[in-house]
Each structure stands twice: as structure tokens, then as C-alpha cells.
Design a protein around this ligand. Structure first.
Ligand code: IMP
Length: 226
């Protein structure tokens, strides 16, 4: 499909970017990373207490820098018996700058004494959309979640982050054992983006209408020659 506009997705996480690209595949938009859109990408400190606050902060900063329609995802794993941790600290659970492997090992370490009945968890995702050109300063935040439980050891090679430890509710498989398509049917990110789809489709439609109006207006030189 030919893209009629670009949208920046405010993340440096390649796993997220790939999923969001696939999930927006039906829209005529080109998905750019902050590095594609900006020569100097600001480092946004994710210091909010909620996924929603962090998503909005990331989207606002990158929208202000790029002056482009910007979408940001803040997401993570919520484990009931750990009081909701890792939560907003999912990316840096083991330590600042930790790898996925280190975070997974830390999660298993903290849960090693817990039996199956205490391993309930969910992925949560908040997605913020900020349009710096909207007169009303349009900002939207949507959310989605996916229920499951934490396995006793990692299984599967797909996805990213905690996927190898997250057994999807109603399935015998971890998120990392699902195909890309299967994950994109049921994930927290897919559910959040589905709520944003009508708004994004309306923005694309409006751009198309504006472009058609501009293209059908004769240029000033053609007018003056008459
Ligand atoms: P953020 O960049 O602060 O939103 O951090 C998100 C972190 O949450 C990632 O680094 C992963 O550790 C975890 N996470 C979010 N979504 C997923 C997912 O779909 N699968 C596995 N881990 C995820």
C-alpha cells in the first residue's frame, strides 16, 4: 500500500517497532523510528508511575522535536504476587540497561519459591498518540492487556523481552512460541492499537481529502495566465 503520511513511533526497542509496523500494516502510513525522523534523538527519562504517563511523555517529547504525528508505547509485565512488579520498570528490572536475558533471570530468581497458583501475570501496554499540528493539541491514550502466567523456565525463540517466560492464558505455549501473526492477534499491544485504529484511519482519510483538494486546485500561475 502506498503511504500517504509518516508517523514516528517513539521507541528504540526493535521488537516493539517491528510489532507496531506489522499491526499498522493495513493503514497507508510509513512507520519511522526516532532515528529515521531526527538527527539528534532526545533521551526521554521514563519516570512516570504509570504506563499511561510514560507513553504520553515519550510521545510529547518526540512529537515536539519532530513536529510529526507521534505514537509511543509504554508497556511491561505485571506479576500479582510481586505486587505488580516489574511494571513500569520492566525494561530495567535487573539493573539499569539490563538485557532481556538478565531481566528474565531476575524474574525467575524472585519467583523461584512460588508455586503455580502464585504465578498469575499480565502484559500491559499504554499507547499515546500526539498530533503536534492539531489545533486542539490532540492527545489520545489507549491501553490493552493480555493475561497469562510466569513459567518456571524460558521456552521459545520468538518475540522479545519476557515472551519466553509468559505462558498465554488458555494456551499451553509461551508468547515466544507463538508465530508473529499469532502474537499480533492477542497481545496487549494489538489490543491497544485496535482502539487507536479508527482515529488513525480518520487522520489518514483527512490527509487524503486535503491532498485531493490541493491537487485539484489550479496553481496560481495557471490562474494568472487566463
Ligand atoms: P518500555 O520501553 O519502558 O515500554 O519497556 C518495555 C519492557 O517491557 C520491554 O523491555 C520488555 O522487557 C517488556 N515488554 C513489553 N512488551 C512486551 C512484549 O510484548 N513481550 C515481552 N516483553 C515485553
Amino acid at each position: 500500500m502506498t503511504a500517504v503520511m509518516s508517523i514516528v513511533v517513539a521507541t528504540t526497542n526493535r521488537g516493539k517497532l517491528a510489532e507496531i509496523r506489522a499491526l499498522l500494516g493495513d493503514l497507508a502510513v510509513e512507520v519511522l523510528s526516532p532515528c529515521d525522523a531526527l538527527s539528534d534523538v532526545p533521551n526521554v527519562i521514563e519516570d512516570g508511575d504509570t504506563f499511561e504517563a510514560n507513553a504520553l511523555k515519550k510521545a510529547r517529547v518526540i512529537a515536539a522535536e519532530s513536529m510529526m504525528l507521534t505514537l509511543a508505547d509504554d508497556s511491561g509485565l505485571v506479576v500479582d504476587s510481586l505486587g505488580g512488579r516489574p511494571g513500569v520498570r520492566s525494561a530495567r528490572f535487573a539493573s539499569e540497561g539490563a538485557t532481556d536475558g538478565e531481566n528474565n533471570a531476575e524474574l525467575l530468581r524472585q519467583m523461584c519459591e512460588l508455586g503455580d497458583e502464585l504465578r498469575a501475570a499480565r502484559f500491559r501496554c499504554a499507547i499515546a498518540l500526539v498530533d503536534p499540528w492539531s489545533a486542539e493539541g490532540d492527545e489520545i491514550v489507549v491501553e490493552g492487556s493480555c493475561e497469562g502466567s510466569i513459567a518456571h523456565q524460558p521456552t521459545g525463540t520468538g518475540g522479545f523481552g519476557y515472551d519466553p517466560l509468559f505462558v498465554v492464558a488458555g494456551q499451553e505455549r509461551t508468547m515466544a512460541e507463538l508465530s508473529e501473526d499469532e502474537k499480533n492477534q492477542i497481545s496487549h499491544r494489538a489490543k491497544a492499537l485496535a482502539k487507536l485504529q479508527p482515529k488513525l484511519a480518520a487522520i489518514v482519510e483527512e490527509r487524503l481529502t486535503t491532498a485531493a483538494r490541493i491537487l485539484s486546485t489550479p496553481p496560481p500561475s495557471a490562474v494568472s495566465r487566463k
